[in-house]
Design a protein around this ligand. Structure first.
Ligand code: PMP
Length: 389
């Protein structure tokens, strides 16, 4: 049996059978089982800033796992303390925050969802098209009917409003609303950017009604937009931020950060998970944040992202209608539903790109993507869009 057949026999078909077996990664590149090399513009969503096998992450994880991997939640481990303090520092909240670590983005949002119940309110608002994970609570927040419907009934009390619509938000949020969950940019929906002023309006409306503003930065956080957090690009401070994906440098690490009064909402015994904040994943997280800072990767991300966007626009390709997003979270929008075909052609040409919507190609490379690779991708794009398979 080949890997595909083995996969089909042994794995639940939750994402559909993948077509490629990857065996090695280094920097922005991965290799498949047949020795083919690909520029990885996909798994940056998971490994984020530093790409594959970054020496800083390898060293931090190796040192920590050989020293103390896990303390259980009954004891303090120092990497988790260091990482919590660092995240609060980067968020710029002057120590007025607390962190709860977990293992994934869905779990970080479950944490925020439960935290919001501690306000004594049960109404929650989220956005159409938003994606917050696949566990039952996170799925309830997710505004994509095809993902939700097979699993109903979901958690009561949650409604959805059109993303980017301030009037709809104003109408939906009242003094009984516990929280509004929103992504700064909707990643899974196809890198959808809200109109200017939307997040600021969300901040004002939620504050006026005493509701928590929860920003899901699982995709946009940890440098991906060219700033530590997405909220820093729009000059607001939410009550709660959720992180995962890039935070652990490829290891499973999620975090729920709460600022101001929200930071004190959980009491002892009210939430937790065995592996949340384990020393090895937190050591990886610290290495990620250290390296982003030391290597100037925020500035690099902003600059390379702009170059790709400008380069793609300058192609003037008849199939490309535009580029949206920020930093290295980019959606190339197409005039026809050909993204799957283009992604397949890209793979044959040595690029892994994500056909996130039928008419949107998503690029989410590691933040270390260098300019030469970025230019090569842009130059090859026209042939990938028109190649016949
Ligand atoms: N929130 C957002 C914005 C996401 O993009 C994702 C994953 N695509 C999640 C939450 C869920 O994260 P995880 O897969 O780690 O549960």
């Amino acid at each position: 049996m080949n890997d595909r057949q083995r996969w089909q026999a042994a794995m639940m078909d939750n994402y559909g059978t993948p077509g490629l077996t990857l065996v090695r990664g280094e920097g922005a590149y991965v290799w498949d089982v047949d020795g083919n090399r690909y520029l990885d513009l996909v798994t940056g969503l998971a490994v984020n800033a530093l790409g594959h096998a970054h020496p800083a992450v390898v060293a931090a994880v190796t040192a920590q796992i050989g020293t103390l991997a896990h303390t259980s939640n009954l004891y303090i481990n120092q990497p988790s303390l260091d990482l919590a303090e660092r995240l609060l520092d980067l968020a710029g909240v002057d120590g007025d925050g607390r962190v709860l670590f977990c293992n994934s983005g869905a779990e970080a949002n479950e944490t925020a969802f439960k935290l919001s119940r501690r306000t004594g309110r049960t109404k929650v608002v989220a956005t159409d098209g938003g994606f917050h994970g696949r566990t039952m609570g996170a799925l309830t927040l997710t505004g994509q009917p095809a993902k939700r419907t097979p699993f109903e009934p979901l958690v009561p009390g949650v409604s959805h409003v059109p993303f980017g619509d301030v009037a709809a938000l104003e109408a939906a949020i009242d003094d009984e609303t516990a929280a509004f969950f929103v992504e700064p940019i909707q990643g899974e929906q196809g890198v959808v950017v809200p109109p200017e002023g939307y997040l600021q309006a969300a901040r004002e409306i939620t504050a006026r009604h005493g509701a928590l503003l929860v920003l899901d930065e699982v995709q946009t956080g940890v440098g991906r937009l060219g700033s530590w957090f997405g909220f820093q690009q729009v000059g607001i401070v939410p009550d709660v931020v959720t992180l995962a994906k890039g935070l652990g440098g490829g290891l499973p690490l999620g975090a729920c950060l709460a600022f101001g009064p929200a930071k004190d909402l959980f009491g002892p015994g009210q939430h937790g998970t065995t592996f949340g904040g384990n020393a090895v994943c937190c050591a990886a997280g610290l290495a990620v944040l250290d390296t982003i800072a030391a290597d100037g990767l925020l500035e690099h991300t902003a600059a390379v992202g702009k170059e790709i966007a400008a380069g793609v626009e300058a192609l003037g390709h008849p199939l490309i209608s535009g580029v949206r997003g920020a930093g290295l979270l980019l959606g190339i929008t197409l005039r026809e539903a050909v993204s799957a075909k283009a992604a397949a052609a890209a793979q044959r040409a040595g690029y892994l790109v994500n056909p996130v919507q039928p008419d949107v190609l998503r690029l989410a490379p590691p933040l270390i993507l260098d300019e030469a690779d970025a230019h090569r991708l842009v130059a090859d794009l026209p042939s990938l869009l028109t190649e016949e398979s």
